[in-house]
Design a protein around this ligand. Sequence first.
Ligand code: WQD
Length: 335
Amino acid sequence: MKVLVTGGLGFIGSHTVVELLEKDYDVIVIDNLYNSELAVKDKIKQITGKEVKVYTDDLLDKQAVDKIFVENDIDEVIHFAGYKAVGESVRKPLMYYHNNLMSTINLLEVMKEHNVKKFVFSSSATIYGDPGNPKYVETMGRGKTTSPYGTTKCMIEQILEDLYVSDNEWSISLLRYFNPIGAHESGLIGEKPNGIPNNLMPYILKVASGELEILNIFGNDYNTPDGTCIRDYIHVVDLAKGHVCALDKLENSASGVYVYNLGSGKGYSVLEIVNTFERVNGVKVNHQIAPRRAGDLAEFFADPTKALNELKWKTEKTLEDMCRDSWNFMKKEIE
Ligand code: WQD
């Protein structure tokens, strides 16, 4: 099967391309390199021994997207490409709505024109809003999101549900990620955020490597065992494997819209992450308690039952693996 992966040189995209190639999929990538680099294509070849065809076009350029479908006999699409910085989306909502929505609509219109109707979408646990119960299950439905980034994910889920209602030939999988961290065991691919990271693990990595001075822990007065926020961290390789399972499910099921949480089902606090990272890697992470960050919830984690039952998928890697693999990647990057 030939699969187009949008954002396929990015953090989660590149790890998913590796897993697809290892399952003998024929992979085409479109990536505008906004938050990735072309060198990742070579890293993927080093890991898998396989070439992947890369188009560095932008999904906002509908003619370029159409050309990819004319030149390649694509069967299905996994869609990662999109802006994803929560704080930036609050400062620049129009940039987020225009990019994330129009790129997705362009892609879906071209797919429809070429009768390609198998689609896996990179959604996020953020679409649940604040449901009042920390254990998120797919039947909870979408809540009130706290950022334009999260709202674009909700809107795209809605667009996809409406698309299926209009044309029952579509097979769509909405994958709601929790907190992806870690890196491929080779250390060749991983997360390389531009500038000052928003997310916890990339920030820890820059403090451990000396690039940043100190980690601010946003609040230790939450109603949790150690007072710091709890999240469901998932190894990016486990997450990538979940996408292959979701594609397999679409290939072997009736058309429809399928929704899955991709999380471990276990929550860890910020301090547990910091302490585990220090212990596993034998490095110090300077940190201090700082005021809460607006919009943070005290705790949430996945109910992963549905993905286990329907995708035969569950996380296999441990928090130690996530911390070790993240640091292994960072060390290679700064060598
Ligand atoms: C985790 C915990 C922070 C940084 C976000 C998006 C979500 C998804 C994953 C894209 C929180 C604390 C963090 C720091 C800290 N992104 N923290 N100091 O907020 O759970 O989820 O990223 O899909 O959509 O909402 O992840 O890594 O930003 O924060 O104390 O410098 O670490 O307060 O409790 P979050 P995060």
